[in-house]
Design a protein around this ligand. Structure first.
Ligand SMILES: [Zn+2]
Length: 102
């Protein structure tokens, strides 16, 4: 799974808008669980930054659930210190092409 599109967040303290590009975000933490229709794969991206105007700590967490494999079942975005004003899209990709699985 990958993130598509620029994310815009707004600092809750000073209201400054920050852009985050998908390329700036580290590889996700990946968990998988076996369920009735095969594996459910959970991706968690976390990204933190410091507001350059007010030094506030900003953090976003993006979660995507692929279940069954190949289908984006569910996504959830959360934030601390900021609000997400433009959300990214998540796109299913072939996991073998992108990440090493344990
Ligand atoms: Zn700020």
């Amino acid at each position: 799974m990958r993130i598509i599109g620029k994310i815009k967040i707004k600092c809750k303290k000073c209201q400054k808008i920050h852009d985050i590009c998908p390329e700036d975000i580290d590889d996700p933490e990946i968990n998988s669980d076996e369920r009735s229709m095969g594996y459910e794969i959970q991706y968690i991206w976390e990204h933190e930054l410091i507001c350059d105007r007010c030094n506030n700590n900003l953090k976003i967490t993006l979660e995507g659930y692929e279940y069954p494999v190949g289908i984006l079942n569910y996504q959830e975005f959360s934030s601390e210190g900021c609000s997400i004003i433009v959300e990214p899209s998540l796109e299913i990709t072939n996991i073998d092409d992108e990440y090493e699985m344990d």
